[in-house]
Design a protein around this ligand. Structure first.
Ligand code: SAM
Ligand code: SF4
Length: 324
């Protein structure tokens, strides 16, 4: 079991499969002028499975999440899930904008995916057009229904709250989630890449969102679980009861109990989302060296020792390249 110099486990692996995306969320990607990694720089399915297998067997990774960019744009996503599902892990999940999920939900579930988190910032088509700028809200909503039908639950919804864009809509999102028995989590806007330019203007604390919801719904604090990122509250709307989570990387960073390790699509291993750089896993597995496993073991140690005890939560690297 791998533990960093501060005693934190690193047993949760997030794999950013690609830096490409079929949306252009204002807080994540510019509308034009994106330069993506050449396809030959991206890890192949076989390479991803080799690294994941190594991390599961040698460093104790027990949960894997596929993300991006948009992971459903990754060619052979269902084959990759099928291979990763054979590893000895407790959880295999995927974070998606769900534009393509209606086409993939059943296949992914059959391949062994356990569950999905779906990004949903608004229920209003005109706001979706303003916030995501490409794609269609309807497709995300169809993707949510398809995920539920395919048994990819508990389906969690992620909403980034932005002042003037969707902060007045949090109650409608709670009602939507409660009606479908979904867990909704509100994320604080992070000053990453694109969002740095308007962070101070658009940032809303989780506390403000919670107070706004408490004026409309009965809410009950649940104990914060170490290693988790969301602070969960029970929430009730008449006879409908469920839970809502608040992810507060800016106002209440969870660095000191963070158990994550991140592998980017191009093979950069990061202990922390905010590490601008990290060791290059791709070079090692493409080297053909007989001692690649020893090299990889050293690399993992480098990555986790680059992980700060408390991050400043700011980086110039774009979120879609980091694997949010
Ligand atoms: N494309 C997929 C999606 O949107 O779900 C997966 C990748 S996306 C980078 C992962 C998560 O990061 C999404 O829930 C998105 O809302 C969140 N995210 C992106 N930029 C962010 C920012 N500046 N602050 C907070 N969350 C952000
Ligand atoms: Fe794409 Fe996800 Fe970034 Fe939106 S948040 S642009 S869906 S990678």
């Amino acid at each position: 079991m791998l533990v960093d110099k501060h005693g934190r486990l690193a047993d949760r692996l997030r794999i950013g499969l690609t830096d490409r995306c079929d949306l252009r969320c204002t807080y994540c990607m510019p509308l034009h002028g994106n330069v993506f990694a050449p396809k030959s720089d991206l890890l192949s399915n076989d390479e991803i499975v080799r690294v994941a297998d190594f991390l599961v067997k040698r460093t104790g990774v027990s949960r894997i999440r596929l993300t991006g960019g948009e992971p459903l744009l990754h060619p052979g996503i269902e084959d990759l899930v099928r291979d990763l599902a054979t590893l000895d892990i407790e959880d295999l999940a995927l974070t998606t904008n769900a534009q393509l999920l209606a086409d993939h939900a059943e296949g992914l579930a059959r391949a062994g995916l356990r569950r999905v988190n779906i990004s949903l910032d608004t229920l209003r088509p005109e706001r979706f057009d303003a916030m995501a700028r490409v794609g269609r809200l309807e497709r995300t909503l169809e993707g949510i229904e398809a995920a539920v039908e395919a048994g990819l639950g508990p389906v969690k919804l992620n909403c980034v709250v932005m002042r003037g864009d969707n902060d007045d809509e949090v109650g409608d999102l709670v009602r939507y989630a409660l009606d479908r028995d979904l867990e909704l989590r509100f994320l604080e806007l992070m000053s990453i890449g694109e969002a740095a330019a308007f962070h101070s203007e658009k940032y809303v604390t989780s506390e403000e969102t919670r107070e706004r919801l408490a004026r409309e719904f009965a809410m009950e604090d649940r104990p914060f679980e170490a290693g988790e990122t969301a602070h969960v509250f029970g929430i009730r709307n008449g006879t409908r009861a469920g839970s809502v989570g608040f992810i507060s990387p800016v106002s209440k960073p969870f660095c000191t109990s963070c158990r994550r390790l991140r592998l980017s699509g191009t093979g950069v291993l990061r202990g922390c989302l905010m590490n601008a750089a990290g060791p290059d896993v791709r070079a090692i597995i493409r080297s053909g060296d007989a001692d690649w496993e020893d090299q990889l073991a050293r690399t993992v140690l480098t990555a986790i020792n680059q992980k700060p005890w408390l991050s400043k939560m700011e980086t110039q690297v774009a979120m879609h390249r980091l694997g949010g």
